[in-house]
Design a protein around this ligand. Structure first.
Ligand code: LGS
Length: 466
């Protein structure tokens, strides 16, 4: 295996039950790290508690037509109050590590200036409780919830935003760095910059090429500054960033579609890891971004890190459409390959190939910081159980692909499932349920799904050397 590009138009859809019928999974190294991921805005709720300021996502949720059925993160999973129960669930699940994010607007309600001690206290308690449960915290500094007050100053289009981020990172590192050793600067740089500045799918909802380019460069500067802050303040820190890399396939053979797919791929896959890890912008972007690059910037961006965090769900399909900001549009997966139980096409072979490419291109140990399966129909049956065979099937196919990639030389050290809980899925609102644990949004009751037991058994088998 390895190297050969997947043919997304070939083959049949991966059926939910096919996977559970294949032979059991090959063993992984016993010290392979297992975890689950969440993010602040998606689970915490309590958006006005203890002095939290508004973020750009609170603002977006007030706009009609931007989120599923106009839901908000006001309550979400109410994790801000129910965290002891959620940590108990993780202990029961048996994960080694928990990846969560800190909400910048809880620490600095207006993004900078006045610090809110109660916000820091929350993450302090949370960290202690995670450690008490025998779980290693992996802290992500930015999972998309920029303080609105900073957006009012231009947000990521303002070069100063990199400095504001560094100040925020300093405060968090000083307070938690004695106990938190695993640090992530940003989650999915290219998703929030492309969807927030070129395609109106995320906050702040700008569609402008120059704003997109500025955001790319300033976020890269913020990453570099964040690495330096954490390295200086946290002895023994293990630092990385979380990138989403997905192969982009043109919809059809025409040259215009190929070129659209190539530009989308560069913005999606390369404009963050290339400067951060290789020290240069890729070819289609280098010239366009030049007006925003100052002398010495590449050295500020390209700072040594310890791992590559990969979020991966599936490939992207692109076509040319001049009405979109950059002339590329999001295409549709080949119809025959869409899995009806999940609602999207499942391509574990693309995941395998990505892991191999990544190891060759960047030479860093890889942690899969998100992989998981959505779906809208998970619900308790009459007995109260939540059966999610489609999620187990998806996870199993991706576990197989992971093993194939490792056998072909990919240096993968750990894997985090997205997500511990069903949660606020950004533009989809609450319609997409990614959790290993079902959340009833009326009662906020948590119910582990079948996939929870499956994941627990998988982890136990690895530790037993099976
Ligand atoms: O909730 C987000 C998860 C869920 O799915 C998380 O906050 C993000 O970091 C991440 O973007 N997430 C995510 N992304 C992929 C969703 C696409 C599903 C379809 C992919 C098939 C082509």
């Amino acid at each position: 295996p390895g190297g050969s590009p997947a043919d997304p138009w070939g083959g049949a859809p991966s059926s939910a039950h096919e996977a559970t019928m294949t032979a059991s999974l090959a063993p992984l190294p016993r010290d392979f790290l297992w975890g689950v991921s969440t993010s602040a805005y998606q689970i915490e709720g309590a958006v006005r508690d203890d002095g939290r300021g508004p973020s750009i996502w609170d603002t977006r949720c007030l706009m009609r037509g931007k989120i599923g059925t106009d839901e908000t993160g006001d309550v979400a999973c109410d994790h801000y109050h129910r965290w002891p129960e959620d940590i108990a669930l993780m202990r029961e699940l048996g994960v080694d590590a928990y990846r969560f994010s800190v909400a910048w607007p809880r620490i600095f309600p207006r993004g900078r200036g006045r610090l809110n001690p109660k916000g820091l206290d929350f993450y302090d308690r949370l960290t202690d409780a995670v450690l008490d449960a025998g779980i290693t915290p992996w802290l992500c500094l930015y999972h998309w919830d920029l303080p609105q007050a900073l957006q009012d100053l231009g947000g990521w289009t303002n070069r100063d935003c990199a400095g504001w981020f560094a100040d925020y990172a300093t405060v968090v590192a000083r307070r938690l760095g004695d106990r938190v050793k695993h640090w992530i600067t940003f989650n999915e740089f290219s998703v929030f910059t492309m969807f927030g500045f070129a395609i109106d799918w995320s906050a702040p909802g700008i569609t402008d090429r120059q704003a997109h380019l500025k955001a790319i460069h300033h976020v890269n500067l913020a990453h570099g500054a964040g690495v330096d802050v954490v390295r200086a303040l946290v002895p023994g820190a293990v630092i990385g960033a979380v990138h989403n890399r997905q192969q982009v396939f043109p919809e059809g053979e025409l040259e215009i579609h190929r070129e659209a797919a190539a530009l989308l791929s560069e913005h999606w896959n390369d404009v963050f890891p290339d400067p951060q890890l290789l020290g240069y912008y890729p070819e289609r972007t280098a010239q366009a971004i030049e007006p925003y690059v100052q002398a010495g910037d590449m050295a500020r961006i390209c700072r040594p890190v310890d791992f590559f965090g990969l979020n991966h769900y599936g490939p992207i399909f692109a076509r040319a459409d001049p009405t979109w900001t950059w002339g590329y549009a999001w295409g549709d997966a080949p119809e025959g390959r869409v899995n009806p139980e999940i609602g999207w096409a499942v391509f574990p072979e693309v995941f395998r190939d990505e892991l191999i490419t990544l190891t060759q291109r960047y030479g860093l140990p890889v942690y899969i910081t998100e992989n998981g399966c959505g779906g809208g129909t998970d619900a308790p049956d009459a007995s109260g159980a939540v059966h999610d065979p489609h999620r187990i099937a998806y996870l199993k196919l991706y576990q197989d692909a992971l093993r194939e990639a490792m056998a072909a030389g990919a240096d993968v050290r750990g894997y985090f499932v997205w997500c511990l809980l069903d949660n606020f899925e950004w533009g989809s609102g609450y319609a997409q349920r990614f959790g290993l644990v079902h959340v009833d949004y009326e009662t906020l009751k948590r119910t582990p799904k079948d996939s929870f037991a499956w994941y627990r058994a998988l982890m136990a088998a690895t530790r037993a050397g099976e």
